[in-house]
Design a protein around this ligand. Sequence first.
Ligand code: A3P
Ligand code: MG
Length: 382
Amino acid sequence: MEGEGKYARELDVAVRVVHMVCALCQRVQDGLVSASSGQVTSKDDDSPVTIADWSVQATVRWILSDIFGDHNVSIVAEEDVQALSKPDSTDLLAAVVNTVNECLAEAPRYGLPTPDTPLETFQILEAIEGCNSSGGPTGRHWVLDPIDGTLGFVRGDQYAVALALIEDGKVMIGVLGCPNYPMKKELLNYPYRCHLALSKLSQPDPDTWETGCIIYAMRGSGKAWMQPLIYGDMKLEWPNSAREIHVSGIVDPALATFCESVERTNTNHSLTAGVAHSMGLRKQPLRVYSMVKYAAIARGDAEIFMKFARSGYKEKIWDHAAGVVIVEEAGGVVTDAGGRSLDFSRGVYLEGLDRGIVACSGPILLEKLIGAVYASWDSSNL
Ligand SMILES: Nc1ncnc2c1ncn2[C@@H]1O[C@H](COP(=O)(O)O)[C@@H](OP(=O)(O)O)[C@H]1O
Ligand SMILES: [Mg+2]
């Protein structure tokens, strides 16, 4: 199964570490949802960041460096230490140090190494700063979005932890941790807070896959997998009930579901409505935060994903790398709006992107979608 191939060790480590940091995220999100304020910081571009973003980044860096060797690990990731290093950020930094050490203390349950003594503040800052690679066309680069969909995260809704490995410009493995991804497709449409409240009434049962999964794939395997999150004191026992996932077989647009960002600042909802109409999609869009949208395509819960950012916005590789390989290995396709593959070899940004990003469960829908984008483009207000 998924344990074979050139990247088997990397995939195994990546899945384990994503499991571990998903537990970290769940603890922080539970605290955020019950706290009234003061837990969310704004970055210079006004986007939100939380202790979970920095803590996940530091934890992943520490584990990958420990296993593969500090000098062998190049990581391209979203966060830097700017906001954490301000004089009034002492409490924030202390919270990150505490969160990382709490998480790493649990590492043996995930089959991962743990530090001999708790990490000191400078080590944690170094770990966060150590994720400052800018990728490129050659060599191995890990790509991490510690919390994708931070807005969903702080709102108690969907978010994802995304880790990918790029080698010589190609995404070779992808892992998406989706701690709030519900078992049933219908529940994705359901306000997540309600689902959270209901699931709190009973202990999650891994057999029913109520909440939380890790989805992953290795390039060329033709397979994508899903495992449930582990809870409480459980130990991660490989293969942890892994089951194979596939894209949907629906090819009729009238029956297809399309998903897109909740935030209209991140994608042009009027353009996507025009495209949907032009291609004959009938259902209401499924609006979900984060790369959970790629997970939904790979799991067969939706057939189409579209993202059309405002002109001038440059898409970053960490927002797509893991999702792309997972969707492709699950049988789907991901391209720009001109039908070309995304290019992960050009550094931090997806350079040369034609208008936007689309993912489909197969080539028939993709062809119709690209035709509909051409038909709708001129009348859009981009
Ligand atoms: N103006 C903009 N246009 C398009 N995408 C944007 C954007 N500002 C931020 N984003 C990206 O959109 C991601 C969220 O996507 P979605 O809206 O689908 O949940 C953000 O990820 P982060 O939350 O990791 O910063 C960010 O990378
Ligand atoms: Mg992101």
